[in-house]
Design a protein around this ligand. Structure first.
Ligand code: ADP
Ligand code: MG
Length: 445
């Protein structure tokens, strides 16, 4: 049976099991991208589809495939439209030739290229260093160590180096591994007494890309660190290029000393959270890749939602695009606000700070913030102070000592007493309950 036949039969089977509207929405857009002995590759229009299908229908799909083909396949997802550059790599021969030269524990995301990376002042240094390394391996930049917070583009840049080198050269061997993938394979090789194979494999590579090494710093991974240390040295001495990403600066990482000093040997660059302009440019780029033009006001609205994590911003965008394509609604600012209203609410609840509480409570009772933090025992100060402490505990989940500190260095027992007192007061006294509730409302606005 051909791949297309298998998939056709699967669709028929799925169709009978879910409402037809769901079927049309989620299954019609799926294309079969390929199949081999163990996996079936499915292409979907965007990330939102991918996540939705994986979360809601994976089991159903796997069962249908197994029923139709009489064997087990794992499902590999890929995003179609968003990856026009990958589609350019069309000929089978070409793809196969590239595959032989690339060693990964998870396939390279075809979308993570330099062309799709937006350069802003917060990532330009990291970007420039990655381009430089991709164009020419360099002793000076060995290793290149890129660090920065979650969702700021480290993996994207790391894989972009891989793509560029594969495109540019015909024989360079590229290896992309997550630090976790490296560890798992190392453990597997030890268990199967295949350490020689493991070592040779990594040492044959010309470009080693290792993602998220902070993972090795969490408890009990000394053997992995040691193994990587030797891999690193072997490659370094052979003038092979190494690029590493991490969420911290090497010194703050808590890795073994000798590994840390290796990481500091080359060039260290950071990625900072994007400013408003970069966020807007990234959003517009992502939208353009989906053939959508975002108006200025919508882009501004999304970029000002407060997140610096670009993955999160992409999530909002994917949701908007999906809702629009499913409902046929035009993407307007009103529609965007409506689509994201739950997310936006969650966010504001999360952003209540003790600072905020102190401001709101003092203005509510018409007293000074300094009085709230003072030790003065006047009744008109004591009650607001206790309510503010109670709210700090309730809304910010801060610890008693933490709260004590920001309320003029009071003892934690004072805070406990205050929190309990307000609780009791609210149980007994309706008027007090209303007071606390309306302060909370102001805080949540
Ligand atoms: P990290 O590895 O730092 O956690 P990723 O590289 O996974 O972050 O990036 C998260 C998402 O944000 C990815 O989809 C990536 O394509 C996107 N992204 C981050 N920075 C940029 C940028 N400067 N231009 C375009 N996309 C970006
Ligand atoms: Mg990453």
């Amino acid at each position: 049976m051909s791949t297309t036949d298998i998939w056709k039969k699967c669709l028929e089977s799925v169709k009978g099991q879910i409402p037809s509207q769901h079927f049309n929405t989620w299954f019609k857009p799926i294309k079969v991208a390929g199949i081999n002995e163990t996996s079936l590759e499915l292409e979907v229009p965007n990330r939102f589809f991918l996540e939705w299908l994986r979360d809601h229908y994976l089991l159903l799909i796997q069962e249908a495939v197994a029923k139709v083909s009489q064997r087990e396949y794992s499902i590999v997802w890929r995003i179609g439209k968003m990856a026009p550059r990958a589609a350019a790599l069309t000929s089978h021969a070409q793809t196969a030739a590239v595959a032989e030269r690339v060693l990964t524990n998870t396939s390279l995301n075809p979308y993570y290229t330099f062309e799709n990376f937006v350069v802003g002042k917060d990532n330009q240094l990291a970007h420039a260093a990655c381009i430089a390394v991709a164009n020419q391996f360099s002793n000076k930049y060995n290793p290149l160590f890129v660090y920065g917070g979650v969702g700021l583009g480290k993996t994207h840049l790391l894989q972009a180096i891989g793509h560029r080198v594969l495109q540019k050269t015909v024989s360079t061997k590229v290896c992309y591994y997550t630090s976790e993938g490296f560890m798992n394979e190392f453990i597997g090789a030890m268990q199967r007494s295949k350490m020689d194979d493991f070592r040779n494999k990594f040492r044959r590579t010309d470009l080693l890309l290792i993602d998220d090494v902070q993972f090795w710093a969490i408890g009990g991974k000394e053997r992995t660190q040691e193994e990587f240390f030797h891999t690193f040295n072997a490659l370094y001495e052979a003038h092979k290029q190494i690029v590493i990403t991490c969420d911290k600066y090497p010194r703050d990482l808590g890795l073994e000393e000798r590994l840390r000093s290796r990481f500091e040997m080359g060039l260290i660059v950071d990625i900072q959270p994007p400013d408003m302009e970069t966020k807007m440019a990234i959003l517009q780029k992502k939208a353009a890749l989906e053939s959508i033009t975002l108006s200025e006001d919508i882009t501004l609205f999304l970029a000002s939602l407060g997140s610096s994590n670009i993955r999160e911003l992409e999530g909002y965008l994917a949701r908007i695009i999906a809702v629009s394509s499913l409902s046929g609604k035009e993407i307007t600012l009103h529609m965007v606000k409506d689509t994201l209203k739950n997310i936006i609410q969650d966010k504001t609840v999360k952003t209540i700070t003790i600072d905020n509480i102190q401001k709101v409570v003092s203005s509510y009772f018409n007293i000074n913030i300094s009085d709230l933090k003072s030790k003065r025992r006047l009744q008109n100060l004591v009650m607001p102070r206790q309510i503010a402490m109670y709210l700090a505990r309730e809304c910010c989940k801060s610890s008693f000592p933490e709260i004590g500190t920001v309320f003029g260095n009071k003892d934690h027992s004072t805070v406990i007493h205050a929190v309990n007192k307000v609780k009791r007061m609210m149980e007994k006294d309706q008027e007090q309950r209303m007071v606390v509730r309306s302060i909370k409302e102001i805080l949540n606005k």
